[in-house]
Design a protein around this ligand. Structure first.
Ligand code: ATP
Length: 324
């Protein structure tokens, strides 16, 4: 059932650490997930995402730190935690030789649902995930997207309070990815708490209320997609100039607002708030000086910029450390 609000955080992580031999996979993670929230742990290959989510879902013991789910400590009360959660990961629990429906029923029984309840709930999920027409086919004939949807359905049969998703759309084509996103968006509306890992910025941008960027076993930034984007800069208007000779004049016109110049363009990027009024003001200033502009383009920072900037900063820091 529902986690009472009084229990506070759906997931609470403090100074989590885990090494494999001498390799430190998770190096001190702090993180909170509030009930009903969708939080994405976003990071490149080897960042420590799978390690973290396996610890949170009681499959792996941490070396140090505190992790609670629904108020229960994962080390002291793993059984209670398992009752609240479901995990969907790459190595799925699907049996290839069974049909989609049989897989769902089997999972229902594993989750201690009665036969009738498992059947009813399974049918509901097959319909919701658009799999009803394929329910009687063996899973070995399913596409990657269908499998992933079935896997999600199986993890929802017991109505988890907190759903852990480890890279839910890795390896899927665009269409299947979209289908899984639709399913997840509908799930979010039911109030379930979701903690997902992803290496796709777009996925985090679309699904998550809050994003924690992880790299090298550490959370290097957290915030909403918009907050993270604004950390790496503002919107910019790029002015493609008619005449290279006007480049320096354009730069002096906008002073500190100039973000970047490219003599090869020739172009100048100026910081803007993105409003039509400001862009018009920029163009008016140039017109008054007789500086010709061939075209303009607006640039918004994307999560890709955030990711590259933040992980680039880490690479720089580590280079400095290894040199010093
Ligand atoms: P990916 O996106 O590639 O799945 P990830 O962010 O999930 O990566 P992890 O799988 O958590 O990263 O791995 C973090 C680090 O720990 C990596 O350097 C990896 O090589 C190492 N690692 C993971 N599992 C083990 C293991 N069982 N034994 C030894 N090293 C491991």
């Amino acid at each position: 059932g529902e986690v009472p609000r009084s229990q506070g955080k759906a997931v609470r992580v403090r100074d989590l650490r885990k090494s494999y031999g001498s390799r430190e996979a998770v190096r001190g993670i702090d993180l909170d997930v509030h009930p009903g929230e969708v939080v994405a742990l976003l990071g490149p290959n080897g960042a420590g995402k799978t390690t973290a989510v396996r610890i949170l879902s009681t499959l792996l013991r941490p070396d140090a730190g505190i992790v609670t789910v629904g108020g229960f400590d994962v080390l002291r009360s793993p059984t209670q935690v398992r009752r609240l959660i479901s995990l969907t990961s790459q190595d799925t629990a699907i049996d290839e030789l069974l049909t989609g429906e049989e897989n769902l029923l089997m999972m229902g029984r594993l989750r201690h649902l009665g036969r009738a309840e498992a059947r009813a709930r399974g049918g509901e999920l097959l319909t919701r995930f658009d799999l009803a027409g394929d329910a009687q086919r063996r899973v070995k004939t399913y596409s990657g997207g269908m499998r992933r949807k079935l896997d999600l359905a199986m993890s929802l049969i017991s109505r988890p309070t907190v759903l852990f998703l480890d890279e839910p759309t890795t390896g899927l084509d665009l269409r299947s990815r979209q289908a899984v996103w639709d399913v997840l968006a509908a799930l979010v509306a039911t109030g379930v708490t979701i903690f997902l890992t992803t290496q796709y910025l777009e996925e985090a941008d679309r699904l998550a209320d809050r994003i924690a960027v992880i790299d090298g076993g550490r959370v290097i930034a957290t915030g909403t997609a918009d907050e993270l984007k604004s950390r790496v800069g503002t919107e910019q208007v790029e002015l493609l100039l008619d005449d290279p000779a006007t480049l320096s004049w354009t730069v002096s016109t906008f002073g500190d607002s100039v973000v970047r110049t490219d003599p090869a363009g020739p172009s100048v990027r100026v910081a803007t708030d993105g409003t039509a009024a400001h862009v018009k003001h920029v163009l008016d200033q140039l017109e008054r000086k007789g500086i010709g502009v061939a075209s303009i383009a607006l640039h918004r920072p994307t999560l890709d910029d955030v990711f590259l900037t933040l992980t680039g900063q880490r690479a720089e820091r580590e280079k400095e450390l290894s040199l010093s």
